[in-house]
Design a protein around this ligand. Structure first.
Ligand SMILES: [Zn+2]
Length: 106
């Protein structure tokens, strides 16, 4: 079996505390960059995949997060910016972001 891509959450997975931290204040764990590099070295795409409902409250922007994920050299990032009341299809554990990635990357 060939693993083609790995979806990686942000808060509490690559760093932070498990709760919202603005990208300008976010610190990755000491091992996160090296772990992502191992995936890249094995030709596995790395996709950040995260719920960030604080975007809907104006506490950060999608661009803040895209820039942050680029700085960790993710191949792409999928972000749900919606509030919990929006009933969108992308808020994890709903599968919308996976479908979006599937469409974009075949
Ligand atoms: Zn959403």
């Amino acid at each position: 079996m060939n693993i083609e891509a790995v979806f990686v959450d942000r808060d509490g997975t690559i760093g932070g505390t498990g709760h919202f931290i603005h990208p300008k204040d976010f610190s990755p764990y000491s091992f996160s960059r090296a772990a992502l590099q191992i995936l890249k070295d094995n030709n596995i795409k790395t996709f950040a995949c995260t719920n960030q409902h604080r975007i809907s409250r104006g506490e950060a922007t999608l661009d803040d997060f895209y820039k942050e994920f680029q700085s960790y050299e993710f191949d792409d990032a999928f972000i749900c910016p919606h509030s919990l009341d929006d009933d969108c299809n992308c808020h994890k554990p709903k599968p919308g972001m996976l479908f979006e990635a599937s469409k974009k990357y075949k």
